[in-house]
Ligand binder design. Sequence first.
Ligand SMILES: Cc1cc2nc3c(=O)[nH]c(=O)nc-3n(C[C@H](O)[C@H](O)[C@H](O)COP(=O)(O)O)c2cc1C
Length: 216
Amino acid sequence: MSKSDLTAAEAIRTRRSIKSFKSDPIPEPVLQELLSLMQDAPSSWNFQPTRVVMIRSKEQKEALSAAAWHQKQILDAPVTFVFAASIRGWEKHMDLILEDGSKSGAWPQKFTDFIRENAPGFQRALGEREREYAIKDAMIMATTLAIAAQAKGYGNCYINGWDELKVKQIIGAEGDKNIAIALVLPVGVPITYPKHPGRLHSSKTIFTDRLPSPLI
Ligand SMILES: Cc1cc2nc3c(=O)[nH]c(=O)nc-3n(C[C@H](O)[C@H](O)[C@H](O)COP(=O)(O)O)c2cc1C
């Protein structure tokens, strides 16, 4: 990160859901740093199930916007990130991930053995929830990118309003049951910053030890 970047606290406080972007491109070195920061996001077992597609061409933007109830941010932003999750990607990459953990010195043999012995069973026992778990990881990566981009002066908007089948078709994953779509995130220079719409009072959302009963 450079000296002019916002701090994490500043980025969190100033981020808003941007509805209109300038078409200015994100300079390549900034984009590369954002990608690198995004890739540093953690994931369950470090299995890294997130697959990110950058939508940059006019045709793909139009198709994605149409799949997202014609939300204009996707047409305007220079890059829109589609965060997909490869639900069973770990089956292909687990050996490489364990090798990396071992080579870096971060994970002792005992730990890699533990993962090799336990993670596959844990994943399979999740059943249908394996999709949900992969999506959690993808959302963490998307949030990491959103805050990093904000820190560097690029606004963004979390977008959930889309048709999953259509988005999968657009990114080339039509009919692939292993792929789930987590989030769409246009990133660019904001034209206008919306006002903060407010949050519920913390007394309604933050508790210690247990939820209150009845829940307020
Ligand atoms: C998971 C998620 C999905 C969202 N989907 C959309 C969306 O499809 N379109 C949109 O304009 N805003 C979307 N939003 C933005 C929210 O409406 C916005 O975050 C909320 O109103 C709070 O405003 P703020 O982000 O400016 O603080 C989404 C936000 C989140 C976190």
